[in-house]
Design a protein around this ligand. Structure first.
Ligand code: GUN
Ligand code: FE
Length: 458
């Protein structure tokens, strides 16, 4: 029998948007492929091996028992699922913090396009992307949906590095054939589509089953794409039902106005993307700050997912924008969190969680109390299981249900692990400790990170 590992200690994960499960002394039993065999909810802290062995299926009569390695978490540590970053521009790792306060189209021209253009150089891409992936893994992001730059080679390098470093990821060649400077625009409509197909083929070659890395179709936004590019991507989507799709949706007034001028035939961006075959269950829509009743209803019907990016919405794009997350949740529209790293100033999913609370408080005021602010348990769900649902990966990641991959974070809160997080008191229960971590923790509290059972930090 292949050996199994059992991670023993306190465990916290979301079962749904309204159910947070806190296990005081449990174990996640993981097989040699990095998959969860069992979640045990009652483990004797004085005899963890005994509790685990008793829960394992009996060994065959003629064979030895399954060897079990126990990883006992130290006092003050607990296990949570890895964070799912549903919206992340990998090249923008290099420009974080710049241009805060600018309106979206001005910020793209002044800050973003000059930065992303540098990824034409593969050696620059390799260096920057290695730093980006390391930086996100260090902060517990076990799954990211990445936009690349428009360059095929750089996008392939990003996928190679995710696989090599062990980060689960969607990686997309960014399609942008118009409305950007000549130095940073797809060479032609055909080239935009050909490079996309080549990236899909490359990623299928390095990870044939898409176990860790998948290509994601990535029209930057409608403003950047000729009709034929949107049409061609819709056709690729139809031929490849396994590929996710991502774009930006109703992010800011400047963007919505420009889209309307370019596509007067469509009343809403929903109709536009749906017309080109890009909207459905596997679509990840970033921002969604402004939503009409019609658009909310179409999101429900089409099963689109929302990547809520509070850091960028409140700093870049066009003032202070607070997406209607409570409304999405009320209607059962899938929603997760994105760092939009580069758009906002922060690459931290912990920041995304607390800023989601801030944005939701603004929303509560804007809605005269109708849309209640989000709780700690809710933003924790958004950062884990909610993100997995947005990426259609809820059967694989997001919590510690048996059969899922072991994508996890060991959080440390005491002694040398404390960093600058609010000090934990002896009287604190696990839910208070979680609250202190979510609101004041940082990467110093993220002690170990695992993806598919592989240790990627620690
Ligand atoms: N819309 C089109 N491109 C971008 C981008 O890079 N960031 C954000 N926040 N919005 C966009
Ligand atoms: Fe973005």
């Amino acid at each position: 029998m292949a050996p199994v590992r059992a991670f023993c200690g306190p465990i916290i994960h979301a079962l749904s948007s309204s159910e947070l499960e806190i296990v005081a002394s449990g174990a996640v039993v993981v097989d040699s492929e990095g998959c969860i065999l069992q979640l045990l909810r009652h483990v004797d802290p004085n005899d963890p091996l005994g509790s685990i062995a008793a829960a394992m299926p009996p060994a065959p009569p003629d064979g030895p028992p399954t060897p079990i390695t126990v990883h006992q978490l130290r006092p003050g540590r607990f296990l949570i699922p890895g964070f799912v970053d549903t919206h992340n521009h990998a090249p923008q790792w290099e420009q974080r913090g710049l241009g805060q306060g600018m309106h979206i189209l001005d910020w793209l021209d002044a800050v973003t396009f000059p930065n992303e253009a540098r990824f034409a150089d593969p050696s620059h891409a390799r260096r920057a992307y290695a730093s980006c992936i390391d930086g996100f893994l260090r902060q517990g992001v076990t799954m990211a949906s990445y936009y690349g730059s428009l360059h095929g080679e750089a996008t392939n390098i990003l996928a190679d590095l995710c696989l090599e470093k062990g980060q689960r990821a969607f990686v997309g060649k960014c399609n942008m054939s118009r409305n950007s400077p000549a130095y940073y625009r797809d060479a032609s409509i055909q080239d935009s589509l050909d490079v996309t197909e080549a990236c899909i083929a490359h990623i299928r070659k390095i990870d044939p089953e898409g176990k860790l890395v998948k290509h994601v179709l990535t029209p930057r936004f409608a403003i950047s794409c000729d009709n034929e590019v949107l049409q061609g991507l819709g056709e690729i989507a139809k031929r490849n039902p396994d590929l996710p799709i991502q774009t930006h949706f109703n992010e800011a007034e400047q963007e919505m106005k420009a889209t309307k001028e370019l596509f007067p035939e469509f009343e809403s961006e929903v109709d536009l993307y749906e017309h080109f075959g890009l909207f459905g269950k596997r679509s990840i829509l970033a921002h969604c700050c402004y939503m009409t009743e019609y658009e909310l209803r179409r999101f429900e019907e089409l099963r689109c997912g929302v990547a809520h990016c509070p850091a960028s919405n409140m700093t870049v794009g066009g003032g202070f924008m607070a997406a209607p997350v409570r409304e999405f949740m009320r209607r059962g529209i899938k929603v997760g969190l994105g760092t939009d790293s580069g758009g906002g100033y922060s690459s931290s999913m912990l920041d995304a969680m607390r800023l989601a609370i801030v944005a939701s408080n603004a929303r509560e005021v804007m809605s005269d109390g109708k849309d209640k602010g989000l709780s700690i348990a809710e933003v924790f769900y958004l950062a884990t299981l909610g993100g997995a649902e947005v990426c259609c990966l809820e059967d694989k990641i997001g919590n510690f249900a048996a059969g899922k991959a072991f994508d996890a974070i060991v959080v440390g809160t005491a002694g040398v692990d404390q960093g600058v997080m609010t000090m934990v008191g002896e009287e604190d229960g696990l839910s208070t400790i979680l609250e202190k971590f979510v609101m004041t923790g940082d990467d110093r509290n993220i002690i170990e990170v695992y993806v598919q059972g592989r240790l990627v930090k620690g």
